[in-house]
Design a protein around this ligand. Structure first.
Ligand SMILES: NC(=O)CC[C@H](N)C(=O)O
Length: 391
């Protein structure tokens, strides 16, 4: 249930208590933020100082309750330009000190109002530093947020904890089809059209086809369930595998393997990197608490350059850093690595035109250091016919 009378949300919620209960029993009390009610998900923290609107609307956050480590959230309100998809996807939102009065020339409404209007239950006034330290020590885990009627129905914490323990876990969750488009659509090339790309929407962010379009690519965004025939029906020069929510171990690899068989140029981001990794025969595993933020240092091992990058992942590919791997599709190297913890951040095939990264070169939000990867994809498409002839 939600009450979302525009302009009154902040006032209403200031007096309304809310409780956050983690699956290991740790509890935080605060005030309701956004919609009143109850919600469940995987508790994860995001260290971005800016970009909350892009974070909230990134479909990869589906079924996650996002804790913001930046203490002031909502200062620039919500605008009509920065959404990364058609709605907010986080299942809950946790902040320390929300803005009472948003101020920005693009702001159209307050974040509190927007969360309420989209029925997203949040909590404010939480010691997000303590909560983040807890998640860092114990790992990402299930959580519930309760306010309004949900709190009245189950006033004691053990009853709330019971409900949290009934919520589904992220491990084993197959979520792409829940967030992806059901109809194919085209994002036209900006200026002269040079290439056609079939982009599998596993939970795609809006900025991704835009980054391709501005390089002369006509992007055919296809549903997550698209078949090999549907992918090749658009006569693609290249295939793109998008980011997306859920556990990569549940994903169907038929299309990825068919693209590798045909040696069509292939580029994957985040979930797409994990799918490429699995199609090549590598495993994926759940990180203790993941990478979410916009200042993660990654090294491109092909050039030695370090880039500061946007991340949002809870799983990672298990591939050897110190040697080239032999796979059914030829040799593969780990092309990128996270300098904080040596997690695999990119894969590159040496015998065919395919590569992927675990992080977000499209940024939105975040720095643009990794935008060169879209140029790498276009140059693969320019040189690919030669590669195919040689094969
Ligand atoms: N942004 C993404 O594509 C995330 C991929 C995957 N769901 C993960 O958490 O690792």
């Amino acid at each position: 249930m939600t009450t979302s009378t525009p302009g009154t949300a902040s006032k209403r919620n200031e007096a309304s208590p809310a409780v956050l209960v983690l699956e290991d029993g740790r509890t935080f009390r605060g005030r309701a933020y956004g919609a009143l009610g109850e919600t469940f998900g995987e508790a994860v923290f995001n260290t971005g100082m800016t970009g909350y609107q892009e974070t909230l609307t990134d479909p990869s956050y589906h079924r996650q309750v996002v804790v913001m480590t930046a203490p002031h959230i909502g200062n620039t309100g919500v605008n009509d330009e920065d959404d990364e998809s058609r709605r907010i996807w986080v299942s809950g939102y946790v902040v320390r000190d929300p803005a009472r009065i948003p101020s920005n020339w693009r702001s159209r409404r307050s974040l509190d109002e927007e969360l309420a209007a989209q029925d997203v239950v949040g909590i404010s006034g939480v010691d997000t530093r303590a909560l983040t330290r807890h998640l860092r020590e114990r790992g990402a885990m299930r959580v519930g947020i309760f306010s309004g009627p949900a709190l009245k129905d189950a006033p004691d914490e053990s009853a709330l904890l019971e409900r949290v323990l009934r919520a589904p876990e992220m491990k084993g969750a197959d979520l792409s089809a829940e967030v992806a488009t059901t109809e194919a659509y085209v994002v036209p090339a900006v200026g002269e059209k040079k290439f056609t790309v079939a982009a599998l929407d596993l939970g795609i962010k809006g900025m991704t086809p835009h980054r391709m379009a501005e390089r002369g690519i006509e992007v055919h965004v296809l549903p997550a369930t698209a078949t090999v025939e549907e992918v090749y029906a658009v006569a693609p020069d290249g295939v793109f595998l998008s980011n997306g929510p859920g556990d990569p171990a549940t994903a169907d690899l038929t299309v990825v393997k068919a693209v590798l068989e045909r040696r069509t140029p292939l580029f994957g981001i985040c979930f797409g990197n994990q799918l490429l990794g699995r199609a090549l025969g590598f495993g994926t595993y759940k990180l203790k608490y993941g990478h979410r933020g916009i200042n993660q240092p990654v090294q491109d091992r092909t050039t030695g350059k370090v880039e500061v990058t946007a991340h949002n992942h809870g799983f990672a590919v298990e591939a050897p850093l110190d040697r080239v791997s032999e796979t059914p599709y030829g040799r593969v190297e780990v092309s990128h690595v996270c300098l904080n913890d040596d997690v695999v951040e990119g894969l590159r095939l040496l015998d065919q035109p395919a590569f992927s990264v675990q992080y977000h070169p499209e940024a939105a939000a975040g720095p643009h250091d990794a935008a060169y990867l879209f140029d790498r994809f276009t140059s693969l498409m320019s040189t690919a016919p030669m590669e195919a002839e040689r094969a």
